[in-house]
Write a protein that binds this ligand. Structure first.
Ligand SMILES: C[S@@+](CC[C@H](N)C(=O)[O-])C[C@H]1O[C@@H](n2cnc3c(N)ncnc32)[C@H](O)[C@@H]1O
Length: 307
């Protein structure tokens, strides 16, 4: 899209709420944003679990969940698709390509991923022109998902004695799935214009706010934070991957400044919008699912009324 037809999205005026949400494809909607109009992109993209391609569809997941744990279809989230990481990388290349255009020089791009997909995300950001500055690990208490093979062996056309021997030989053995305890994020930066000081003076970006301690300590690249409780998610929030507001708010405060514009092109239930508003930033969010946009609006409006 030529620059002259791009929508002006900033500055937000006092008459307009400092946030907006739209339903649609992330890359298509980002294309409508002006160059250099955003100070921070912080996002939690879909990971294409179960090799579902580029679609994110909770009803398909729910159907699979209903069959979970039975032979014939691996439980949700456990199917290993060797093409998944490459598909994720291609998808994130397009996202990173738009993110670097809409960010101001020195602006940060923070995106979540999974441990086995992170490498593709980091390469996508780097190939788009970002400087990868760090990996941030969100650590939490996860549920073990590995499972044993006994059930499969019992269904094999073997004499019972052989089955028993095979099961015995695999005692304690499970699928190679460590208990998930970390979600890695890429911390990437659009190249600065000039020195840190020149870039800061011109664009207000490029430096982190080191006064934003986490549990009293200098901000670090591993952040332990419990998953959100049902109360934090809010009534009627059935989104499957809600992030903790406290974690996102910490990152927003660390990597942007009051009054600046934060973008989340995969807004889901609106957690990043809540965090941005609580931190006194303006927020732009997109999600392909209309129902999530409605949910996110409701959650963000509650915070907007707090202010
Ligand atoms: C991991 S979730 C984000 C959850 C969010 N951080 C929260 O706390 O609620 C990813 C979101 O991306 C959305 N999504 C998937 N493909 C998309 C696309 N092409 N464009 C925009 N949104 C998309 C999904 O509907 C989903 O809500």
């Amino acid at each position: 899209m030529p620059p002259q037809s791009r929508r002006v999205v900033v500055p937000f005026t006092p008459q307009k709420p400092p946030w907006r949400l739209e339903a649609g494809d992330a890359v298509a909607l980002m294309r409508e944003l002006e160059d250099r109009s955003v100070h921070l992109v912080i996002t939690d993209p879909p990971y294409f679990i179960d090799g579902m391609g580029a679609d994110w569809d909770d009803s398909t997941l729910a159907r699979r969940a209903a069959r979970a744990g039975v032979v014939g279809s691996l439980p949700v989230g456990m199917k290993f698709d060797p093409g998944q990481a490459r598909a994720f990388g291609r998808f994130m290349s397009a996202v990173a390509g738009e993110a670097i255009r809409v960010l101001k020089p020195g602006g940060f791009f923070i995106a979540f991923s999974q441990a086995r997909l992170y490498h593709r995300l980091a390469v996508a950001a780097e190939d788009a022109g970002f400087e990868v500055r760090d990996m941030i690990g969100w650590t939490y208490t996860g549920q073990a998902k590995a499972f044993s093979m006994d059930h499969f062996v019992r269904k094999m056309p073997l004499p019972e004695a052989k089955k028993a021997a095979l099961i015995k030989s695999m005692e304690g053995r499970k699928t190679p799935q460590l208990r998930p305890q970390i979600e890695p994020m890429v911390l990437a930066q659009k190249p600065r214009e000039g020195t840190f000081v020149q870039n800061w003076a011109e664009h207000g970006t490029g430096l982190m706010d080191a006064t934003q301690t986490w549990e009293g300590k200098f901000p670090g690249n591993v952040i332990h934070c419990p998953k959100p409780t049902p109360a934090e998610k809010g009534a009627g929030n059935a989104h499957m991957t809600v992030k903790p507001v406290r974690l996102i708010e910490h990152l927003v405060r660390l990597f942007s400044a009051p009054g600046q514009v934060v973008l989340d092109p995969f807004a889901g239930s609106g957690t990043h919008g809540i965090a941005a508003l609580r931190a006194g930033r303006a927020f732009i969010g997109f999600d392909i699912e209309e129902s999530y946009v409605t949910l996110a609006k409701r959650r963000i409006e509650e915070v907007a009324h707090e202010r």
